[in-house]
Design a protein around this ligand. Structure first.
Ligand SMILES: Cc1cc2nc3c(=O)[nH]c(=O)nc-3n(C[C@H](O)[C@H](O)[C@H](O)COP(=O)(O)OP(=O)(O)OC[C@H]3O[C@@H](n4cnc5c(N)ncnc54)[C@H](O)[C@@H]3O)c2cc1C
Length: 391
């Protein structure tokens, strides 16, 4: 490594998205010295629908001590669910939902972390990462030393590659395509969000109208969607917009989280740890929560005089998130397995309560067990009705 004098930090975080910024903020609140590195200059784009659920809002407010700023977060109150182009009942009231542009949101999160005292190194690729020597060399040749490291560097995480040999399992990863179509009509709080459960196999499509434009995309398990581009084209045709707009793609974890994300004093948070809900595709809330948990685990380990204990503390803290993702994986076939889809469609379309509970689950008011119970109670009736109709 370069002989330049190293700068030492209690905690270095690679990646300044929601997970990294939340970790930096939490570590600063606990008086750790923090370096936050990102290869991008901010503001920077991140492919994302930008749906901020009640769960994400609560984490945001708690970690950054900030209220939702209406310049950054547009409130939305309505949502419609579709399958095969048919509405699954009337539009629903959506509790506690906002839309944001990640370009702006992530810039403001980084600013909060900086104001709290984190040293930001942006526009800095990492030339060398030596986990044993606890040193990093930046593109600028600056050497940074650390006691603990958090990899919050997204789905293609270099830290995950270093620790686990690869960033993700290609057989289980999700993939998403998204476009930003120009706004065709003025939008307001009552402009409805739209979810199409069949737009991709083992995934869904979305249409989120924002002031700046319409975010439209599809996501699903990559292995089940070799035809992702034609599927997006068909979806855009169905919506009647966006067919001329450039398409961007990005991997996203889709249920295949790491049981033990990291080792000793090296932790992974957010997408780097595989923390995205495989039913809703929501990752911002878990990125914020896991960033906070990772920083708290580092703080506990360092203040207890044993930095190597950080990963153990972290894995324990992650248990509720891991449990939710496991339950989401359990319920996923009810929505997406081909033989169960007709029953799901019938139950969901016919039950206002099921839709409301799904939305309450999305907003963080209830957790998956309640939703699973409701589906379990309705499925046998839907299956019985289906066979009566076939006879
Ligand atoms: C198309 C799409 C739509 C989505 N829509 C939603 C949605 O509406 N709502 C929702 O909750 N979730 C959504 N998600 C998921 C959500 O975007 C992610 O879960 C979330 O961004 C994860 O945050 P993160 O901080 O872990 O990683 P990221 O946001 O990916 O941030 C990682 C950061 O690390 C930096 N980085 C990467 N590698 C390096 C490196 N080697 N050195 C330095 N820096 C590095 C990157 O520049 C980036 O700034 C969507 C995902 C996709 C792909």
């Amino acid at each position: 490594m370069n002989p330049q004098t190293p700068l030492y930090f209690d905690l270095i975080i690679i990646g300044a998205g929601p997970a990294g910024a939340a970790a930096a903020m939490t570590a600063r609140k606990n008086a750790l010295s923090v370096a936050l590195i990102d290869k991008a200059e901010f503001p920077r784009d991140k492919l994302c629908g930008g749906l901020i659920t009640g769960r994400a809002r609560a984490a945001y407010q708690q970690i950054f001590d900030e209220n939702i700023n209406p310049d950054l977060f547009e409130a939305r109150h309505r949502i419609g669910f579709f399958m095969n182009g048919e509405a699954l009942g009337p539009q629903q009231e959506m509790p506690d939902a906002h839309l944001t542009m990640r370009y702006d949101m992530d810039h403001s999160l980084l600013a909060f972390a900086r104001t709290a005292g984190a040293h930001a190194f942006t526009g800095q690729r990492i030339e060398a990462l030596d986990l044993k020597a606890r040193k990093i060399m930046l593109k600028s040749r600056q050497i940074l030393g650390f006691t603990a490291l958090i990899g919050a560097d997204g789905v293609n995480s270099m830290v995950a590659k270093e620790v686990h040999g690869r960033a993700f399992n290609p057989a289980k990863i999700g993939f998403a395509l998204e476009i930003e179509a120009p706004a065709t009509a003025p939008v307001d709080e009552n402009s409805a969000l739209r979810i199409d459960f069949d737009a991709a196999a083992w995934g869904y499509g979305w249409h989120f109208p924002k002031h700046r434009g319409n975010m439209i995309g599809i996501c699903g398990l990559q292995a089940s969607n070799p035809d992702m581009k034609p599927r997006l084209a068909a979806y855009l045709q169905r919506l009647g917009t966006g067919e001329e707009v450039p398409v961007k793609g990005h991997f996203l974890p889709f249920g295949d989280f790491r049981q033990k994300p990291g080792r000793d004093n090296i932790l992974l948070a957010g997408d780097a740890a595989g923390l995205v809900d495989p039913v809703t595709g929501e990752g911002i809330a878990y990125a914020l929560q896991s960033g906070q948990m990772a920083a708290m685990a580092v703080y506990r380990a360092i203040s207890g005089g044993n930095p190597g204990a950080a990963c153990g503390h972290y894995v324990k803290a992650l248990a509720p998130i891991h449990r939710s993702i496991r339950l989401a994986r359990f319920i996923r076939p009810v929505i997406h397995a081909r033989h169960l889809q007709p029953f799901f469609k019938k139950s969901f379309a016919g039950s206002r309560r099921l839709k409301q509970e799904y939305l309450r689950m999305l907003s963080g008011e209830i957790e998956y067990p309640r939703l699973i119970w409701l589906f379990a109670a309705r499925l046998p009736r839907a299956i019985w009705r289906h066979f009566r109709a076939v006879e």
